[in-house]
Design a protein around this ligand. Sequence first.
Ligand code: CUA
Length: 156
Amino acid sequence: MHMHKYEKIWLFFGIGSLFLFLTIVGVSAFAQGNQPPSCLTTIDPEKVDQTPPFNKPGLVKTGDNEYQLNIVASAFAYTPNQIEIPKGAKVTINVTTKDVIHGFEMVGTNVNMMVEPGYVNSFTKTFNETGEFTILCNEYCGTGHHLMTAKVKVVD
Ligand code: CUA
């Protein structure tokens, strides 16, 4: 079979750029370690129940009007799943997972985190108004994904 000279050149060029592309993707994905940039704290996902503060999940007062809200995600629930926050509280939400990747979205707010095994994700928010918020999982995590919710009440 006869191949035109230019056809060969283009074929070579095409394969060459494919390899170049795959090399760039491979190096950039794995060279610096494949981890989300916002996850600075690590945790052993097998030992979440024994690791403070997640051995006692819930709301903890840490200062004047300042709180820590530690939440454990697992298939298919958040612990705790009913949370009361005093109005005006500045809350640092720390969340981790015992099993697979989950989401943590507080509907109607800018709180939206991906929860990955091995990492603690944090977000600080001040709750200035009373009301109710729903937390839901926005990463597909299995058959009970759509059941994975929690409620936050901001009270006077
Ligand atoms: Cu957890 Cu979807």
